[in-house]
Design a protein around this ligand. Structure first.
Ligand code: SF4
Ligand code: SF4
Ligand code: SF4
Length: 253
């Protein structure tokens, strides 16, 4: 059987999700038997040529050339999967969407005039059609390999869309929100990380992004009842999935 051709692409990101793929180690070698990884700049110097059965895209769109490149990648791809908070939600760099890019450039760079970027950082889905999104910062490695296998056998990937609380309760963990009155984003965050932070008695800060139809306003009201200011509540949302949480909050209100 001809192995499906895969391309792994990167836009604005820290490379952490690509590293998660390499962290699969022996399982990555198993994937190489099933798939032809024809383009993956992080690991090989094979040139970008031809079409791909599956394109895997890390990173957000934050420059003009990236807007053209993602259209080219989409045209070369049968399926396109985004990986990580940068590609699915614009990433931490989307904090610029709520401020002034000129101010940020002036604060950070000694020669801001040479920084040629867009005033926003946006998810891939705002530029081209995306077949499937894998959330997380970084992605869950097991979910990544399961997703690829699902595409191989023509099955819908079985990644959860319910809230992290379900996962947390199933593991029998004590609720930090209830028992310690700490603001946990679990009720509005999608499951998939194995309730990693609550397992270590830490509140969730939302690295897997908002679950479907998340009632963010209601959770923030609860946080305010616990003594947080409105500004502190918004700051809880303003991390790697800031764009997705704020959009979900606006869309539901
Ligand atoms: S989602 Fe997180 S780990 Fe992945 S590339 Fe973006 S910043 Fe890095
Ligand atoms: S600790 Fe957080 S994720 Fe777990 S049940 Fe409580 S609110 Fe939900
Ligand atoms: S508990 Fe929340 S912040 Fe922690 S890994 Fe899971 S989704 Fe990310």
């Amino acid at each position: 059987m001809k192995r499906p051709r895969i391309g792994v692409f990167k836009f604005t990101s820290c490379d952490g999700c690509q590293l998660s793929i390499m962290n699969l180690e022996e399982k990555f070698l198993d994937l190489l038997e099933l798939f032809d990884i024809a383009y993956f700049r992080e690991t090989t110097d094979r040139p970008l040529t031809g079409h791909f059965d599956i394109s895997i895209v890390e990173g957000s769109i934050s420059t003009a050339w990236q807007k053209n490149d993602i259209v080219d990648i989409r045209e070369r791809s049968r399926y396109l999967i985004t990986i990580g908070a940068c590609a699915t939600a614009g990433g931490l760099q989307a904090l610029r969407n709520w401020g002034s890019i000129t101010d940020y450039k002036n604060y950070i760079y000694p020669s801001p005039v040479i920084i040629n970027v867009l005033s926003t950082s946006t998810p891939i889905s705002e530029h081209v059609y995306v077949d499937y999104e894998l959330w997380g910062c970084p992605i869950n490695e097991k979910a990544f390999s399961e997703t690829l296998i699902s595409f191989l056998i023509g099955k819908k990937p079985g990644i959860p869309i319910y809230s992290l609380c379900m996962e947390c309760k199933r593991m029998g963990l004590p609720c930090i929100l209830v028992s310690k009155s700490e603001p946990c984003l679990g009720p509005v965050t999608r499951a998939g990380c194995g309730a990693l932070c609550p397992y270590f008695q830490k509140p969730c800060y939302g690295c897997f992004g908002p679950k479907e139809d998340a009632n963010i306003e209601s959770l923030l009201k609860q946080f305010q009842n616990m003594g947080l200011t409105q500004k502190e509540c918004i700051l809880l949302l303003d991390k790697m999935n800031t764009y997705a949480y704020r959009k979900a909050k606006i869309e539901r209100s």
